[in-house]
Design a protein around this ligand. Sequence first.
Ligand code: K1U
Ligand code: ZN
Length: 173
Amino acid sequence: MAIREIITAPDPRLKEVSKPVERVDADLRALMDDMLETMYAAPGIGLAAIQIGVPKQVIVMDLAREGEEPQPRYFINPEILWTSEDVAVYEEGCLSVPEFYEDVERPARCRVRYLDYQGEIREEECDDLLATCLQHEMDHLKGILFIDHLSRTKRSMLLKKLMKQKKLQKEPA
Ligand code: K1U
Ligand code: ZN
């Protein structure tokens, strides 16, 4: 297993649309293992493959609280089958948009079909943080970041700040 580099905005790769996975095999499981290790190290509660530069429809997640046993989850080729009309607001963050948190409104519940770590087909109804996190990660698969749900002014202020940070990191000390 390996910790991979997480791409940060405004890297154009984050705008890519990810492709469906054709086979759940040892190579894909190795990718998911690396993604999980990368997510735990960050630390974060979810990660989409495109965030480490791999444009495949793969998501890992672990919503266990501190002190609880790890509960890794894997979503391959996820499809939203249904979303509720009622919405929930959650203060979201993103490992690709470091140090920025903002309220985002999304459907409160959704039903999803996906392949699991073994390549078995599953369907699940999601609510609370699972619904929010899954929709956030599925946006990544479509090249959408949570800041794309904010006002144009907020988003452009933030992107300017991120570009400045990246420039400073590149400059020699
Ligand atoms: O970059 C990502 O997609 C991961 C992101 C997932 C997410 C968080 C909140 C709402 C929706 C989606 C994160 O994990 S940001 C970091 C974070 O939330 C966290 C980090 C450490 C402990 C607890 C939470
Ligand atoms: Zn994210």
